[in-house]
Ligand binder design. Structure first.
Ligand SMILES: [Zn+2]
Length: 151
């Protein structure tokens, strides 16, 4: 990005005019000449940064003059933070409760005494054991045939 100094006088003049016109209705007016004077003080800085600061300050009704544009430590030089956006936690199957749908930590905190955290998609222990029993039974049943002992 070019510095303000690298812009032509005409470009700076047009930008100052735009900033002057950007003042909200009813707010103290700024003279384009005054804006150009503040631009000159920060002409060595990135033109985009200066313009962003100038535009931010231009929307501040309480700013009687454009002087703060020339002060990079002032509020108008800071990027305005967006409204907080709700962060969606990624769905992690192993750590999501199958009962309440909350992540494990939240489930344990919110539902203490209501229900135990139960990993979503987990196979209940009982049926796991049952399945194991069936497998053992089948193996025992097939054993004689595997060894060639026909009934
Ligand atoms: Zn839960």
């Amino acid at each position: 990005m070019p510095t303000l100094r690298e812009l032509t006088a005409e470009e700076v003049s047009v930008l100052a005019g735009v900033i002057a016109k950007a003042r909200p209705y009813g707010a103290p007016r700024w003279q384009a000449a005054g804006i150009r004077a503040t631009f000159a003080k920060v002409a060595h800085l990135d033109a985009t940064d200066v313009l962003m600061a100038a535009l931010r300050l231009s929307q501040d009704r309480t700013a009687n003059t454009p002087a703060q544009i020339a002060i990079p430590s002032s509020e108008c030089w800071r990027e305005k933070l967006a409204d907080p956006v709700e962060v969606h936690k990624p769905y992690v199957r192993g750590h999501t409760c199958g009962v309440c749908g909350y992540p494990e930590a939240d489930c344990r905190m919110r539902w203490e005494g209501d229900h135990e955290f139960e990993q979503m998609g987990s196979v209940p222990k009982a049926s796991k054991d049952e399945a194991h029993e069936v497998v053992v039974e089948l193996k025992n049943h097939l054993k004689p045939m595997n060894e060639g002992e026909t009934a």
